[in-house]
Design a protein around this ligand. Structure first.
Ligand code: SF4
Ligand code: MSK
Length: 624
């Protein structure tokens, strides 16, 4: 019998974990226990398997080998491993961005079936950043030209990728001095893989600087392209109220869950779910209709733009199926545990994969591309509806009712809420009503009590008048805890509460999916530019209390390299190198004006951040 309260702070999770245990379903927590103890060499970054002279390990206690077969020492091993993590993370966000650019191109060519340009204004604004003239051109012409220009950002034609231009001048100067401005998104990822091959770059500083450059290729490249092209194609998010937790799965409806990251698939599923014929079919089979809900970042994308509710975050994904009320789960890519199809076998849930990049044993593969997406989405929804008859009523258990949460705070929406300029926010920061702002981002990790890190940190920060911005799985955690509705002001300190009252906003704002951390870079750059300072001068911080993925490492690096102090709740595999650990938690400050801290206790992490914000305010001459 598990100690449920130690696994999650959420009732919907603990109650469904109990059901899974009764039904003999293996979950992520079971598999984690089966893996313990985790390999200590790997945890420290002191194992290497990149060539067949190895695999090699370095003895952290100094008794055994201190070098791999090739002679790589602890610094080289840790740095190479870290660089490969950053590269995989950057590649993931950026390849997601590339898929959107391909849809944009297909729209420009008139070959993209159900897709269209939803935000022409934004198309033109972004085209101008790429120095594309828009006057006298049709929307399709601009779309095609912008897509081609973005494709160049992926290649090796440029000296600097385009969106770096949004960063404050001082930051760009620093990056140029350090030679870390990305030249091309794919180029940096490829070069990182090259450098970390045996016998190439063996200077840990040089390897880490390439890690910074690769992460910036993500933040100001692939992720920012992903965010902006999604806004162009599917609309720039605006504030709206939606709902979160397992209660958004409806007992009397056909339930379809979308999971992954790329809105290209989920937007089409959304269209199909709205179709009257399919809804009528669902009704003819005894359901009240078709209910769509999201998971992880595909969920965040639909939540932000369409107000589609979210059933959960990373550690809730298996549990949604355990409710016994899910007719189909449609996945694209990233963060989709291969275990999901095993769980689905124990229920009636149909599993569909949709990307040729991400196939799963036990899932039916229905390939999506810009030309066929509409037809394929309708096919999947029809199969899901027809599966309603296979549901076993006695297996259905939805333990909670949904919680309301606000969403849709794109940069444009925040500016609109502020009356068109950043001035009210700057005034509130200067007056001390808002002491600073912190992005709480990232995943869940079974090594940390589910959602505990996110929620406790958010509560502590807002109570200290620090505005919270959320993305990714942190959104669901903090939203479920009630901090993302205007009534969430009860958690806020007096200053932040007054701002929430004046603007009608919650103390924690949901700004999007993982790629939408780029929106944080845009806000931070705009704030720095408005004040004539660098980002590192601002009272800002970032935190990933429950991160697990390589993507989170890439995010942490580009946030730090942008000048934002970053606190992680899970230790990255670097402790095997004292030099690299010292650099991460101390030395980087003197180079980038920001550094990392690792603190699993969210209350202590909150203390670190509050102290940091106090210091930044003091340096700016603001009252603490
Ligand atoms: Fe061992 Fe060096 Fe090969 Fe790594 S690259 S496996 S340390 S020999
Ligand atoms: S989905 S990367 S678990 S935030 Fe973006 Fe959540 Fe982390 Fe995946």
């Amino acid at each position: 019998m598990k100690d449920y309260k130690e696994l999650s702070i959420c009732t919907d999770a603990t109650e469904t974990i109990k059901k899974a245990e009764r039904e003999n379903i293996e979950l992520v927590w079971d598999r984690k226990i089966a893996q313990e103890p985790h390999c200590g060499f790997c945890e420290l970054g002191l194992s290497c398997r990149i060539c067949t002279m190895g695999p090699c390990r370095i003895d952290p206690f100094g008794d055994g080998p201190q070098k791999g077969v090739c002679g790589a020492d602890a610094e080289i091993m840790v740095a190479r491993n870290l660089l490969r993590m950053i590269s995989a993370g950057s590649a993931s966000h950026s390849d997601h961005g590339r898929d959107l650019v391909e849809v944009l191109y297909a729209v420009g060519e008139g070959k993209a079936g159900g897709y269209e340009i939803k935000d022409e204004e934004k198309l033109k604004t972004i085209a101008k950043i790429y120095n594309i003239t828009v006057d006298g051109k049709t929307t399709k012409e601009i779309a095609k030209e912008l897509a081609l220009a973005m494709m160049e950002d992926y290649g090796m034609k440029k000296k600097e990728i385009s969106f770096v231009s949004i960063a404050p001048e001082k930051r760009k100067e620093l990056w140029r001095k350090l030679n870390v401005i990305p030249r091309g998104i794919d180029r940096e990822v490829t070069e990182s893989m090259h450098r970390s091959h045996m016998g190439v770059d063996n200077d840990y500083i040089s390897l880490l600087l390439q890690g910074v450059r690769t992460s910036l290729a993500d933040g100001y490249g692939g992720s920012m392209i992903g965010t902006y092209v999604s806004d162009i194609l599917f609309g720039t998010p605006e504030p709206k109220v939606s709902a979160l937790n397992l209660g958004v799965i409806k007992e009397d409806y056909v339930n379809i869950l979308i999971h992954g990251h790329n809105p290209v698939v989920s937007e089409m599923i959304y269209l199909a779910v709205e179709d009257k014929e399919l809804t009528d079919l669902a009704k003819s089979l005894g359901a009240k209709g078709i209910n769509l809900a999201g998971l992880c970042c595909t969920g965040n994308e639909l939540l932000m733009r369409k107000g589609i509710p979210m059933a959960g975050n990373h550690l809730m994904t298996e549990l949604t199926i355990v409710t016994g009320a899910v007719e189909a789960m449609v996945v694209d890519y990233q963060c989709i545990m291969p275990a999901l199809s095993e769980v689905a076998k124990c229920y009636h849930t149909l599993m569909f994969s949709t990307s040729d990049k991400a196939k799963f044993p036990g899932m039916e593969h229905i390939e999506f591309n810009p030309e066929n997406a509409r037809e394929r989405a309708f096919k999947i929804v029809k199969l899901a509806v027809e599966n309603f008859k296979n549901r076993k009523k006695e297996k259905v258990y939805i333990p909670v009712t949904e919680v309301k949460s606000m969403t849709g705070f794109s940069v444009e929406a925040i500016l609109k809420a502020l009356g068109g300029t950043l001035n009210p926010l700057i005034d509130a920061i200067k007056a001390g009503n808002i002491k600073g702002a912190v992005g709480i981002v990232g995943c869940n990790n079974p090594k940390i009590k589910h959602d505990y890190g996110h929620v406790e940190l958010a509560k502590k920060l807002v109570a200290n008048d620090i505005l919270v911005l959320t993305t990714g799985c942190a959104n669901v955690a903090i939203g479920k805890a009630g901090l993302q509705v205007p009534e969430g002001k009860v958690f806020a300190g007096e200053g932040l509460k007054a701002v929430c009252n004046a603007l009608g906003i919650p103390p924690s704002l949901h700004i999007g999916s993982c790629v939408d951390n780029s929106r944080i870079l845009v806000i931070a750059s705009a704030l720095a530019n408005a004040l004539g300072v660098d980002i590192s001068d601002l009272p800002l911080a970032g935190s990933a209390p429950e991160w697990y993925s390589e993507k989170a490492v890439a995010i942490a690096f580009y946030v730090m390299a942008s000048g934002i102090y970053t606190v992680l709740g899970v230790m990255p595999p670097i402790l095997g190198s004292k030099k690299i650990t010292d650099l991460a938690v101390n030395g980087l400050e003197g180079v980038f004006g920001a550094k990392f801290a690792v603190e699993p206790d969210p209350l202590k992490a909150g203390d670190l951040i509050i102290e940091h914000i106090k210091n930044k305010r003091k340096a700016l001459g603001l009252a603490s």
